[in-house]
Design a binder for this molecule. Structure first.
Ligand code: 13P
Ligand code: 13P
Ligand code: MG
Ligand code: MG
Length: 366
């Protein structure tokens, strides 16, 4: 059988209320368009959902990654949905559509893209993660734990098919470069970079024994494309599971610790990452805590069986409670770091303008 490609392409094309959640009419519009593409055999299957104000198109097909027809389908769907958003006067209608003329590849146009192609195994469980009010580097800690930390993933130690470890492709989003690190041998080098998630993001993970793709994330940064602040780049991530890849429970485990990520109010604050079910994936308080949902699917010749809403589990209640405690604590910092992001992460806010306005009033210290 030809390789199956799973494409998770997402965009914020406007929302209800403020930056809250995707309007049901938008979901319906996207479903209709993707159903048509399914009827015409362009895609095998699809699932449309949202995490907060981000519309998420999960599609399977046999056209490989970066396919112009698939990217055009996603792009046309977002354009049509943005039209509906405008007609409903939704907030930030068309927010992520930085460019409106399609030229073969949706990358660099605003939407986030996360795709992988593989030969479907005898049984192929996958997890699609989607987050709101944070940035692509938010996956760094989770991916490190899933694929390089034996305290998180015992399979690295006790499953012979995972024992030779995984390699991480890291992207430098500022210099537009990539580098690959092999774990466990190079974890100290790897951590130097991925501990700075605003700049270095894990794009993909491969199994060392056969170079098979294990995970891929979206790493598109809108502000770096647009040159100014246009909302956070709420990211997506696909992870393959079981039989030589981490088990579902190993993949979810990092989110039981609600680590801090950049996001929240005005995309400018460190806030905890809260694992939630779809029904709770719409941040309201201080546009935070940042949310992450995890949808599990079993592929069946490209058909998406599921989803299972994986964080809809009381086992994550403590993480959620901890998030609320952290929010109370960190909010008391007001506009002070480390709640507010450092200046170089705020370059697209009014702060540089204030500095410029007051430039003449700054006197030399001698
Ligand atoms: P989004 O990136 O989800 O649109 O959020 C914008 C924001 O800054 C809300 O505070
Ligand atoms: P706006 O009200 O200008 O959208 O900014 C606030 C916010 O939520 C950040 O996007
Ligand atoms: Mg928004
Ligand atoms: Mg969003």
């Amino acid at each position: 059988m030809e390789k199956i490609t799973i494409s998770l392409i997402k965009a914020d094309i406007g929302s209800l209320v403020g930056h809250g959640r995707v309007h049901p009419d938008i979901i319906k519009t996207a479903e209709e368009l993707l159903q048509k593409a399914k009827d015409e055999h362009l895609i095998i299957d699809f699932f449309v959902t949202n995490c907060g104000d981000d519309l998420e198109l999960i599609m399977t097909h046999q056209k490989f990654i970066e396919n112009p027809e698939i990217h055009k389908l996603a792009f046309d769907t977002f354009m049509k949905c943005a039209e509906v958003a405008k007609s409903l006067k939704l907030y930030g209608a068309g927010q992520d559509l930085l460019k409106t003329a399609f030229s073969g590849n949706i990358k660099g146009m605003g939407p986030g893209v996360c795709e992988m192609a593989f030969e479907e195994r005898k049984s192929e469980p996958i997890v699609c993660f989607m987050a709101d009010k944070t940035e692509p580097g938010a996956w760094n800690m989770a991916l490190y734990k899933i694929f390089a930390d034996p305290f998180n993933t015992p399979g690295l130690v006790i499953d012979p098919s995972m024992h030779s470890g995984f390699s991480f492709e890291v992207h430098d989003l500022f210099e537009h470069k990539k580098i690959r690190f092999s774990a466990p041998s190079e974890i100290y080098d790897l951590l130097v970079f991925i501990g700075a998630p605003a700049r270095y993001c894990i794009k993909s993970v491969f199994r060392n024994s056969d170079n098979e793709i294990a995970a891929v994330s979206s790493t598109d940064r809108l502000s770096l494309i647009a040159g100014h602040y246009v909302g956070k780049d709420d990211p997506a991530l696909i992870v393959r599971s079981q039989s030589g890849f981490p088990a579902i429970g190993e993949i979810l485990e990092p989110f039981a610790f609600p680590y801090l990520v950049a996001g929240g109010m005005r995309g400018s604050h460190n806030v905890p990452l809260m694992p939630v079910s779809l029904k709770d994936a719409h941040p309201t308080r201080f546009d935070a805590p940042a949310r992450v949902v995890a949808l599990g699917f079993q592929l069946n010749n490209g058909k998406l069986q599921g989803p299972v809403d994986l964080f809809d589990d009381p086992a994550f209640d403590l993480a959620r409670q901890k998030c609320n405690e952290i929010m109370d604590y960190i909010r008391k910092h007001g506009t002070f770091e480390p709640h507010r992001l450092p200046l170089d992460e705020m370059e697209y806010t009014t702060l540089p303008e204030v500095r410029k306005k007051l430039e003449k009033r700054f006197e030399s210290l001698g």
